[in-house]
Ligand binder design. Structure first.
Ligand code: SF4
Ligand code: SF4
Length: 93
């Protein structure tokens, strides 16, 4: 099984975001709503430039891509919604 890729993320105030890409090895999504649990705001950038982020785990069991609390989508799109960063690939079962 291959790790789900994060195709893009527009949370440019997140420390792991550079050029609308996620640069931490793996994020966590959830609990009940499909938002990024790894988001951290700040101006000092973190992660690694040569790392393209993936989904380490997802606790949103209500999504059709979720199996055993893991994401089975090929990739996901993330974007800011209000005060959080949501998975736009979420599809209700
Ligand atoms: S996916 Fe999450 S951790 Fe990665 S850049 Fe976006 S908000 Fe930050
Ligand atoms: S597509 Fe569904 S299972 Fe995958 S990260 Fe988003 S909410 Fe979780």
């Amino acid at each position: 099984m291959e790790m789900t890729r994060i195709f893009d993320c527009n949370a440019e105030n997140c420390v792991y975001n550079k050029d609308k890409k996620c640069h931490t090895l793996a994020i966590n999504i959830g609990d009940d709503i499909p938002c990024c649990d790894t988001f951290m705001s700040g101006s000092n950038k973190a992660g690694f430039n040569d790392v393209s982020g993936g989904v380490g785990s997802c606790k949103v069991d209500s999504c059709s891509f979720n199996r055993s609390l893991e994401c089975t989508a090929k990739g996901i799109h993330m974007s800011v919604v209000g005060n959080q960063v949501d998975c736009q690939t979420y599809r209700k079962k």
